[in-house]
Design a protein. Structure first.
Length: 67
């Protein structure tokens, strides 16, 4: 149910806002990978969650451009 709310919030945003959120998520993923490589990351499941969020954002962007 948490992901459904996240996707609904994404659908209400404009493409510019979605692109900003996509850039922020990619930066977060980079930082998480860096922390993981240096053994500073506690919650490794966060990497998977961020990757899926990036995919969700990209899916909404694609749907908006096709519509």
């Amino acid at each position: 149910m948490k992901t459904n709310r996240f996707v609904e919030e994404l659908r209400t945003k404009s493409e510019a806002e979605l692109n900003k959120e996509l850039v922020a998520a990619k930066k977060e993923l980079f930082n998480l990978r860096f922390q993981n490589a240096t053994n500073q990351l506690d919650n490794t499941a966060r990497i998977k969650e961020v990757r899926r969020n990036i995919a969700r954002i990209q899916t909404v962007i694609t749907a908006k451009t096709k519509a």
